[in-house]
Design a protein around this ligand. Structure first.
Ligand SMILES: O=C[C@H](O)[C@H](O)COP(=O)(O)O
Ligand SMILES: C=C(OP(=O)(O)O)C(=O)O
Ligand SMILES: [Mn+2]
Length: 454
């Protein structure tokens, strides 16, 4: 590296490190500063997880979605865990996302950008710093990158060695995702195979008949002599909430092509509803990296908040750089979203707008399960499309918490999961996810809405 680039990189990192002087919400209290520093050094010595060029490519894809020429499908666990980073579970989540993408692509005749909440979604913001069970109070579970879920003093203590472990689990998860999506598994001619292994249910049957149609179309294309090479692999990106700055900072690297900074922990990073203060550390931090950035916007977000976030995070108003992920709640979205969309549009900005129909619809049952009603999720989804139709902006994507497993975490859907059923297979360590069938049902509904909005 030349003297000039060394100096430029030092200047870039100095700009990035301005976040250190600002309040960083939702960070753990690490008991041993020396161990935390050592973990940071170890992380800084690891190779990047993603490459800058991939993040740039995703930015271009998202720019197409912001123009109304593509649709973003972003999904995965609320909180990934180290224990569940197994081949089977990763494969089933990827399959579910691929199946949803097929439903959307075929139904809406639109390219679908696939982005997992995967390979780094290990840190959680919490409503409370502590949790009390039967009179015993311990630190809240903040995700596997910070502490363990077991309710013991030892497990709940923040342990910085988890930062390094999280990096390695992310690396092996990403490796498998790349193998699946580039090595033939995601070949569109496997469209039936993706459905195998999932129990027979109405959503899978509906998917099966769609797969038959796609088969026929592929055979037709074969007969016409069309080259299928483009269908044998698919782009699949990874994303997570950039919450834990002691994990993100050591993974920021200089792109040797341009001298600019990228957070190489994932292709796309987002800022959560609880950490999106304009003068907070998270907004400052992400304003200095070139990755595509998301910001969650809850029901209290104003036009002014949105415009100031645009000025800070996307001053050049670069297409695909900024995604607003709205999570308003089914009861509020029709009241609050149209004004936000119109205000931002009238200011001349065109971020990508995506709906997260999960986080504004949380409830807790009398028996203590955090859950969401599938009907509320679908209602917020419809409200999102209605708001965009009303204002004339493009509903550019969905952001959902899902799994490929047949869990019982969200109420309703065509299996009609009721409160009593929640305990049969509730596995999430944080928020309730759509199971495989609910995810497919949701995709069919989104395809309908996209057709209506076309
Ligand atoms: O995933 C989102 C948040 O981390 C989660 O909703 C917070 O949940 P809590 O209210 O149980 O802390
Ligand atoms: C914490 C999350 O969401 P939000 O920031 O919207 O509450 C999440 O996506 O898991
Ligand atoms: Mn969540």
């Amino acid at each position: 590296m030349s003297q000039f680039t060394d100096t430029a990189a030092a200047r870039a990192f100095a700009g990035l490190d301005a976040y250190r002087a600002l309040e960083a919400k939702q960070q753990p209290v690490w008991p041993d500063p020396e161990a935390t520093r050592a973990a940071g050094e170890e992380l800084a010595a690891q190779p990047p997880l993603v490459f800058a060029g991939e993040a740039d490519q995703l930015r271009e894809r998202l720019a197409a979605a912001a123009r109304g020429e593509a649709f973003l499908l972003q999904g995965g666990d609320c909180a990934e865990t180290f224990a569940a980073a197994t081949a089977d579970k990763i494969r089933d989540r990827v399959k579910t996302i691929l199946q949803m993408a097929v439903v959307l692509t075929y139904g809406a005749s639109m390219p679908v950008i696939k982005v997992g909440r995967m390979a780094g979604q290990f840190a959680k913001p919490r409503s409370s710093n502590s949790e009390t069970r039967e009179g015993v109070t311990l630190p809240a579970y903040r995700g596997d990158l910070v502490n363990g879920y077991d309710f013991t003093e030892e497990t709940r203590a923040a342990d910085p060695r988890r930062l390094v472990q999280g990096y390695h689990v992310s690396a092996s998860t990403l490796n498998l995702i790349r193998a699946f999506t580039q090595g033939g598994f995601a070949d569109l001619r496997q469209v039936h195979a993706w459905n195998q292994g999932f129990v027979s249910n109405p959503a899978n049957q509906r998917y099966e008949s769609l797969a038959q149609e796609i088969d026929r179309a592929l055979k037709f294309m074969d007969a016409c002599g069309v080259d299928h090479t483009a269908l044998t692999r698919t782009e699949f990106y990874v994303s997570h909430e950039a919450l834990l700055l002691d994990y993100e900072r050591p993974l920021v690297r200089v792109d040797s092509r341009t001298g600019e900074l990228y957070d190489t922990s994932g292709h796309m990073l987002w800022i959560g509803e609880r950490t999106r203060e304009l003068d907070g550390a998270h907004v400052e931090f992400l304003s200095h990296v070139r990755n595509p950035i998301g910001v969650k916007l809850g029901p209290t977000a104003t036009v002014d908040d949105a415009l100031r976030l645009i000025d800070k995070l996307d001053p050049e108003r670069e297409p695909g750089r900024l995604t607003f992920i709205t999570r308003m709640g089914a009861g509020k979205i029709r009241d609050v979203l149209p004004e936000l969309l119109a205000g931002v549009r009238d200011a001349g900005a065109s971020p990508l707008w995506v709906t997260d129909p999960m986080h504004g619809n949380g409830i807790t049952t009398a028996t203590g399960y955090k859950t969401r009603r599938f009907d509320d999720v679908m209602d917020e989804l419809r409200g999102f499309f209605e708001a965009h139709r009303e204002v004339g902006t493009f509903p550019g994507g969905i952001h959902v918490e899902l799994t490929g497993d047949d869990v019982t975490e969200c109420l309703g859907g065509s299996e009609n999961i009721d409160e009593a059923a929640l305990e049969t297979r509730y596995e999430s360590l944080c928020d309730p996810r759509l199971n495989h069938m609910q995810s497919l049902e949701l995709a069919f509904q989104v395809a309908e809405e996209l057709k209506r909005s076309a």
